[in-house]
Write a protein that binds this ligand. Structure first.
Ligand SMILES: NC(=O)c1ccc[n+]([C@@H]2O[C@H](COP(=O)([O-])OP(=O)(O)OC[C@H]3O[C@@H](n4cnc5c(N)ncnc54)[C@H](OP(=O)(O)O)[C@@H]3O)[C@@H](O)[C@H]2O)c1
Length: 265
């Protein structure tokens, strides 16, 4: 039986998920890591072990409820319990709403929203049995305030936050915590994936950027001291206040954060 903190992270083969896995490994966590690319997942698992953690890489696609259930079952079989579920797997597509195809929209919903839902649904019975556990949902600052050309993606990020907010109010007073993380633009493979998905060059928006390690540190702090919402970039919470107070002014302000896709010549 392990006394390590047991954390399941979806989308742990790169970016924020991988950085979080390695960050938590430094505190000695056991990290159950999922993604679709086996080679990248194995490399991330090796980083976790090198950082002092225990790693259990499981190839799984979060759009498949049965695969997410298998992930959770594997975690419990190996470590007997789960302390934290980080719902992180996701991707983005940039484009004006009328340029996004129904298939692209469906794919975003399947990965970003349904992937989160499947993970939450799979882990909650385990948390409820122990009256203990922590769900962490990685949304985005555009899950609080939309920006131009990110409408389809932002819709899924709002949906994740809505699910988490309702869940948090359902488990208030219990030993189960729910945290939503709202990163700003973060240096990961996210923008490469976005360009690949649309066959466009996605211009990097103006605005604040952060390293994946900053988000990972913020998630690690939230695990130690659970809070409802985490804004890893200090100023980003100001955007939420501005939007609540003056959404019309905010519409003009966020023009600078739009990511207009450009077709290569
Ligand atoms: N980067 C940013 O600017 C930014 C800002 C705010 C929020 N976020 C959010 O942060 C989260 C992580 O993104 P990232 O920036 O770290 O991008 P990333 O480097 O592209 O990482 C995405 C991760 O999700 C996994 N993934 C994608 N689809 C999956 C699926 N169907 N099943 C299982 N795993 C899947 C990928 O692994 P495989 O391809 O191997 O499956 C990868 O490990 C996302 O939810 C994203 O929306 C990112």
């Amino acid at each position: 039986m392990t006394t390590r903190r047991v954390v399941v992270i979806t989308g742990a083969s790169s970016g924020i998920g991988r950085a979080t896995a390695v960050r938590l490994a430094r505190d000695g966590a056991a990290v159950v890591m999922c993604a679709r690319r086996a080679d990248r997942l194995e490399a991330a698992a090796a980083d976790v072990r090198a950082a002092g953690g225990e790693a259990l890489p499981i190839v799984a696609d979060v759009t498949r409820a049965d695969e997410v259930r298998r992930l959770v079952d594997a975690a419990v079989e190996r470590f007997e319990h789960i302390d934290v579920m980080v719902c992180n797997a996701g991707f983005g597509i940039a484009g004006a709403i009328d340029d996004i195809t129904p298939d692209q929209m469906q794919n975003l919903v399947d990965v970003n929203f349904m992937g989160t839902y499947h993970a939450v649904r799979a882990v909650l019975p385990i948390f409820r049995r122990r009256n203990r556990g922590h769900v962490i949902v990685v949304s985005s600052i555009v899950g609080k305030r939309g920006v131009p050309y990110m409408g389809a993606y932002a819709a899924t990020k709002f949906a994740q936050a809505g699910l988490a907010e309702c869940l948090r109010s359902e488990v208030t007073g219990s030993g189960i915590h729910v945290t939503v993380v709202f990163p700003v633009s973060t240096e990961t493979e996210f923008f490469d994936v976005m360009s690949r998905e649309t066959g466009t060059i996605v211009t990097r928006a103006r605005g604040p950027r952060q390293d994946a390690s900053v988000v990972a540190d913020a998630i690690a702090r939230a695990i130690d001291r659970p809070v409802p919402e985490v804004f890893p970039h200090a100023w980003s919470r100001g955007l939420v206040w501005l939007n609540a107070a003056a959404p019309g002014i905010c519409d003009r302000f966020v023009q600078r954060f739009g990511r207009k896709p450009v077709r290569p010549e």
